[in-house]
Design a protein around this ligand. Structure first.
Ligand SMILES: C[S@@+](CC[C@H](N)C(=O)[O-])C[C@H]1O[C@@H](n2cnc3c(N)ncnc32)[C@H](O)[C@@H]1O
Length: 174
């Protein structure tokens, strides 16, 4: 990869985070859930636009960077959903384990808790090629949704690393 390509990839990486921030600013969701927090880069920016921001990560090494109002859960996403069966979500951002199995589980756990007009954003869904280890296998989850979960519609920004927005299909203004 050339230096220019690396620069472009990094730009697109941060802009996908910014898309999530803009979407929450626009939608003003009550409950925002982010799976995979790392350095609190995105979730800290979302805080002003949501009633409650919940973050989940197996690592707590950047806890000192956390905005005080964020409810942080230091655990796996599986453990989080096991402990939060009745949670209702308005906006979810899935960006934790990038294996197909976990990413799919994270999606199914979010969609089961999604409010009627809720949105799920999934990161790393548009690899530059299929041997790309950076984005993992999240793109396969979008393929799965399109083939099997026809009650959902998806839109993927076609630029690596990719961001996919998912919502219940068929919603129209009456
Ligand atoms: C790509 S980073 C998240 C970046 C963050 N969403 C942002 O916008 O800056 C992925 C994070 O997922 C966490 N992670 C990986 N597997 C996980 C799992 N099974 N449960 C919870 N967190 C996990 C890692 O510790 C890492 O901090």
């Amino acid at each position: 990869m050339t230096t220019q390509q690396k620069k472009e990839r990094l730009r697109a990486y941060y802009e996908t985070h910014t898309m999530v921030v803009h979407a929450t600013n626009l939608m003003r969701p009550n409950i925002y859930l982010e799976l995979g927090i790392l350095d609190f880069v995105t979730i800290n920016r979302v805080v002003p636009f949501v009633q409650k921001a919940i973050g989940v990560d197996i690592s707590n090494k950047s806890l000192s960077l956390k905005h005080p109002s964020i409810e942080f859960h230091h655990m796996t996403t599986d453990e989080f959903f096991e402990e939060n069966k009745d949670l209702k979500i308005d906006f979810a951002f899935i960006d934790a384990d990038h294996s197909y199995e976990t990413c799919l589980k994270d999606f199914l756990n979010c969609e089961a808790r999604l409010n009627e007009l809720g949105i799920i954003a999934m990161h790393d869904t548009y690899p530059v090629d299929l041997r790309d280890h950076w984005v993992g296998d999240c793109w396969k989850v979008v393929k799965y949704i399109k083939a099997n979960l026809l009650q959902y519609e998806t839109f993927t920004f076609p630029i690596c690393p990719g961001l996919t927005l998912v919502r219940k299909a068929g919603w129209v203004v009456e």
